[in-house]
Design a protein. Structure first.
Length: 425
């Protein structure tokens, strides 16, 4: 099927924080989509053809779909749980809730709801933690495949310091992960992420198993958490007394690489930052979560100056919104408290191409390049009365983007396309 999707088209070819010539903006633009792939992008006048199906999204903006590089699928009913910091929050709310994902029917029901929420918020790809149960990853991969979504996910490996109902063992964690990886990695648009939850819930034996798996599958991402909370860091040092620092736990088991995604990275030591830069390991900033759990303020400029690549993500259910717009809003405010600036162009680059770069997938997602899947978000800058009123005084594209970034949420997502298919209504 061929279709022309018309609107105000915006995409990025460089990081606005680094390069002046960084985006393309077509006031009356269009995207030619055939069999779910982008065939051409250009001015509407140059792409129109007699008889070609058209959908007109003007005056809305069309961008590559948002990418959320850190989110917890089994926390859809944990989001907005009151009053705790990380370790209490995990023990009180999160682990009990994740235990329900042993039930395949529950996991399947939640997977559909989860993906519907992502696309309702304009997110077309995510890197997701599943529960410890292979059923949860099976459910998420199956639902993603049915929607043709580029989903990166893995079952968490965790064998200590948690309820028995959410623990595996080093061998079982290895075997289950391996089986899921062999089934789902590279199947359709799915990719498997090896997922030791974090140092506290994995024994040295399990970390070793995760390292073995990563060495056997160097093309897989590895996702975990690091240095989110001061009590977490202190407990990690107790549990791994010979580690030089938190990163050293992951380093000892051979997990550092350009495929490693380290959620949070707030309270880092200079050696950790230098090693992350040397190994290409990625930091993932989770602003709504870091504020909600009182974790701390991410140092974006410091990491950038050191040569560390960062993504930006929701971290639902520690995070409080599925919206990458709201994530950019809170990210802007955290960087304000740090004396740093997140410009609107840099923000929209980050949520699209920037996150794709953090995943090493910039040729596949976060792009409108010819031949890539037509994963698109259509944004309405006048979605609410307050936004429409503010927009009366917006004069530039950057001002409009900033209004979306600060005031926008799922109401501003007029449509989301996954591989050319509309996901809303
Ligand atoms: N660290 C280990 N597990 C988690 C989790 O589920 N959420 C957050 N925010 N941090 C974690
Ligand atoms: Zn997380």
């Amino acid at each position: 099927m061929r279709q022309l999707i018309r609107g105000r088209v915006l995409d990025f070819h460089a990081d606005p924080a680094e390069t002046e010539d960084n985006h393309r903006y077509l006031e009356d633009g269009a995207i030619l989509v055939e069999d779910g792939l982008i065939r051409a992008v250009g001015d509407y006048a140059s792409l129109r053809e007699p008889g070609l199906a058209e959908i007109d999204h003007r005056p809305n903006l069309i961008l590559p779909g948002f990418i959320d590089p850190h989110i917890h699928f089994p926390q859809v009913q944990v989001i907005a749980s009151w009053g705790a910091q990380l370790l209490d929050w995990l023990n009180t709310y999160t682990f009990p809730e994740e235990s329900r994902f042993a039930d395949r029917a529950h996991a399947t029901a939640m997977a559909g709801r989860f993906l519907d929420l992502l696309t309702a918020h304009g997110t077309t790809s995510a890197v997701a933690f599943c529960s410890v149960h292979p059923e949860s990853a099976e459910a998420l991969f199956a639902a993603s495949e049915a929607r043709n979504m580029a989903m990166i996910a893995g079952k968490v490996m965790m064998d200590r310091n948690a309820l028995p109902a959410v623990q595996d063992t080093p061998q079982q964690g290895y075997d289950d992960s391996k089986r899921l990886l062999e089934k789902w990695h590279g199947r359709g648009r799915g990719r498997y992420a090896i997922t030791p939850r974090f140092a506290i819930t994995s024994s040295p034996e399990q970390m070793h198993a995760a390292g073995t798996l990563a060495a056997e599958h160097p093309d897989c991402h590895v996702q975990t958490h690091m240095s989110e909370n001061l009590d977490e860091i202190a407990l990690t040092k107790q549990l791994y007394p010979s580690a030089r620092d938190y990163l050293d736990v992951y380093e000892k088991y051979g997990l550092l690489s350009e495929n490693l995604l380290l959620g949070h990275c707030i309270h880092l030591e200079p050696r950790e930052i230098a090693r992350m830069a040397e190994t290409g390991s990625r930091a993932v900033f989770c602003p709504t979560s870091n504020l909600f759990l009182g974790s701390g303020l991410f140092d974006e400029a410091g990491l950038r100056a050191a040569g560390v690549t960062s993504g930006i993500a929701t971290d639902v259910g520690g995070g409080t919104s599925y919206s990458m717009l709201q994530t950019l809003n809170e990210g802007y405010k955290i960087l304000q408290l740090r004396g740093q600036k997140l410009t609107p162009l840099a923000a929209f680059h980050w949520a699209t191409r920037g996150n794709a770069i953090a995943l090493g997938m910039e040729d596949e997602i976060g792009t409108l390049a010819k031949g890539s899947a037509a994963d698109l978000v259509v944004l309405d800058s006048r979605a609410t009365p307050a936004m429409a009123l503010r927009m009366e005084r917006a004069e530039t594209l950057a001002q409009e983007l900033f209004i979306l970034q600060i005031m926008g949420d799922d109401r501003a997502v007029a449509q989301t396309y996954v591989a050319g298919q509309p996901m809303k209504r």
